[in-house]
Design a protein around this ligand. Structure first.
Ligand SMILES: [Cu+2]
Length: 165
């Protein structure tokens, strides 16, 4: 009966990062893309799985003046992104991926460059279908600038070959 569901939950917990949450929404595989000095914006990615119908309505972080939930869409040959005016809907028990080229959390006006190995404190604000508002804190590790780039960041990404100073 409930056995199958339990198995699925156990499986996804097994794959969760060290930053998994036990709140209303499971947050797994969270990471932020590192930046170079002078770069003022970056993306944060994660997998969200709500236990009941929920919407990610907002994000804030001390690392940036502004954080928004964005979607990225191919329009013709142009990748365009825009803020989701009504937030990101999270169906019950269905993982929703925020990933490069798709949904993401956009941090703008970063207070400092994000270096690999840093972590970013995020506050995620959720609203359930019955209008209950909750907040969840997550610590998001910063990955390399080229992480998750098209081609897995392996090919044709020659920037930074001099390494860090
Ligand atoms: Cu964006």
């Amino acid at each position: 009966m409930k056995h199958k569901l339990w198995m699925a939950a156990a499986l996804s917990l097994g794959m969760a990062s060290a930053f998994a949450q036990t709140g209303a929404v499971d947050v797994t595989d969270a990471w932020a893309r590192g930046t170079v000095p002078g770069q003022s914006a970056t993306g944060v990615f994660m997998t969200l799985q709500a236990h009941g119908p929920t919407t990610l309505v907002g994000v804030s972080t001390p690392a940036a003046a502004n954080a928004e939930v964005h979607e990225m869409k191919l329009e013709g040959t142009l990748m365009k992104m825009r803020a989701l005016p009504h937030g990101l809907p999270l169906p019950a028990n269905e993982p929703v991926q925020l990933k490069p080229g798709g949904y993401h959390i956009m941090l703008t006006d970063l207070r400092a460059p994000l270096k690999k190995g840093d972590s970013v404190a995020l506050t995620l604000r959720f609203e359930s279908a019955d209008h209950k508002k909750t907040e969840q804190q997550v610590q998001v590790p910063v990955r390399d600038l080229t992480a998750g780039a098209p081609g897995g960041g392996m090919a044709g990404m020659a920037h930074g070959t001099h390494g860090s100073k």
